[in-house]
Design a binder for this molecule. Structure first.
Ligand code: PLP
Length: 462
């Protein structure tokens, strides 16, 4: 019995072979721990009649575990779902060109909170103020960690212990368990629901006002839509009412966007752009930095200077504040909008792709996938995502692989979807087919998809 244990290698011998297995930058502490764990397991194994392993096999087993632990978990994926702002897949794709531009700001010291002229302390938000004035004529701007934080900060600052009037049709829940009634409660504000689920009129807001009312609030419905016998009050009317009664009006836009040329027929037909909202002269508006804007995660608040000043005095801001990554990313992104260089912003580019471009890309992909799979070019529906236009799609093109053509590979569309997922390609299933939508493909993605199909064909032919 004890005899068999003499096959257990010495720890330092194992360490030496591990060092030759893993050439650069071996984490010694981790390696030693893995060796100890391995030896303990191996000992148990041998005592139970397990197989005797040679030194190299032992080292390789430990190396495998070492690589599993030291490998990075986040990795790039191919988004072939056609959903442009896909929260599970990292939301907006950040611009490689803008990343290059801001690199020196992130890797060197900078004037984040420094007034170079006066040689004293300044505020990080000043870098964005001029941009918002130029783009929207907004008096002032403030940026926090995300739009959920913006909503919370605004309620907490202006409506703690006071009433916020909201339509029952806008008491939304969006992904990641963000519920308006709950956020309001946690912020200290008192929810005053008005209207009914399907219909809210201006007089519902008027009748709800009392001496404890602080704010009139509107929320973008984001991930749901109502149709049929419905009525909601336009934000412009809410702004007018708030002004007349000396209250704060606030619109949580969710996904705000600038009205680029080409958006008239896709986005602006359904939802107002930031420019149109600003024309209503609102008190406060907030939106996400990484939805349709195509920048970095942030909650962007703009509006009246006196109100923004009050937000800045709230202690909570210190907890919700953003770092230089976010400020640099947003400054450069907004500058691209201001100077008409939105071809640098992938989200804008994807939304603006024409049907002709998309059809050409689909044809090119279909021609490269091995013909045995019978790839077909099909018209598809892609979505802006991020809560914008939940019930409207963007006409797109893609490549479909139908279940009936996969059978001779021993596959169906679900199995193919799983296989592609293993290849870092996320596709979508629709009516017995796997669809690869062209709208959300980036440079190099098509090549990756072709490689996956070629490898699959070869593995099936063997
Ligand atoms: C997305 C969204 C939010 C939350 O924004 P985050 O930037 O994800 O925190 C809040 N309100 C609405 C209406 C939204 O669509």
């Amino acid at each position: 019995m004890q005899n068999i244990l003499r096959h257990i290698p010495k720890a330092d011998k194992l360490l030496n072979s591990l060092k030759s297995e893993i050439s650069s930058g071996l984490n010694l502490a981790l390696a030693k721990r893995l060796i100890a764990e391995f030896l303990e397991g191996y000992r148990q194994d041998l005592l139970q009649g397990g197989e005797i392993l040679d030194l190299a096999t032992c080292a390789q087993t430990i190396a495998k575990e070492y690589y599993k632990i030291t490998q990075k978990s986040l990795k790039p994926l191919v988004n072939a779902t056609g959903i442009v702002v896909h929260t599970n897949l990292g939301r907006s794709v950040f611009s490689p060109a803008i990343l290059q531009e801001i690199l020196p700001l992130l890797t060197r010291y900078n004037n984040l909170e420094y007034n170079q002229e006066k040689g004293n302390r300044s505020e990080r938000y000043v870098h964005l103020k001029g941009l918002f004035k130029a783009l929207l004529g907004a008096e002032d701007v403030l940026v926090v960690n995300n739009n959920a934080a913006a909503v919370f900060l605004i309620f907490n600052t202006f409506a703690k212990g006071k009433e916020v009037v909201v339509s029952r049709g806008e008491l939304i829940e969006i992904g990641g368990s963000f519920r308006i009634p709950r956020v309001m409660e946690d912020s200290g504000a008192i929810l005053r629901e008005v209207g009914t689920t399907n219909k809210t009129h201006l007089k519902d807001y008027q009748e709800a006002l009392n001496e404890n009312t602080a704010m009139l609030f509107k929320a973008h419905k984001s991930n749901y839509a109502m149709s049929g016998f419905v009525k909601e009050v336009e934000f412009g009317e809410i702004v007018e009412l708030a002004k007349a009664r000396n209250l704060v009006d606030y619109y949580d836009l969710g996904s705000g966007y600038f009205g680029l040329s080409g958006f008239e027929n896709i986005l602006q037909k359904f939802e107002p752009a930031l420019e149109e909202i600003t024309r209503l002269n609102p008190s406060l508006v907030s939106f996400s930095g990484d939805k349709l804007l195509g920048g970095a995660q942030a909650g962007i608040i703009f509006g009246k200077k006196a109100l923004i000043d009050k937000l800045k005095k709230n202690q909570l801001l210190r907890m919700l504040r953003v770092d230089k990554f976010t400020i640099a990313a947003l400054e450069a992104t907004l500058n691209a909008y201001l100077t008409g260089k939105t071809d640098k912003i992938p989200t804008c580019q994807m939304l603006l792709k024409t049907k002709e471009e998309l059809r050409n890309e689909a044809q090119s992909l279909a021609a490269q996938i091995p013909p045995l799979f019978v790839p077909e070019v099909v018209a598809t529906k892609s979505y802006s995502g991020g809560g914008a236009m939940p019930s409207h799609y963007l006409e797109s093109f893609g490549v479909a692989l139908e279940a009936k053509n996969l059978a001779h590979f021993g596959l169906n569309e679900q199995r193919l979807e799983e296989y592609l997922r293993g290849f870092d390609i996320i596709a979508r299933l629709e009516n017995g087919a796997l669809i690869l939508d062209m709208r959300t493909l980036l440079e190099g993605d098509m090549q990756r998809i072709v490689e996956a199909f070629v490898a699959l064909e070869q593995s099936k032919i063997k």
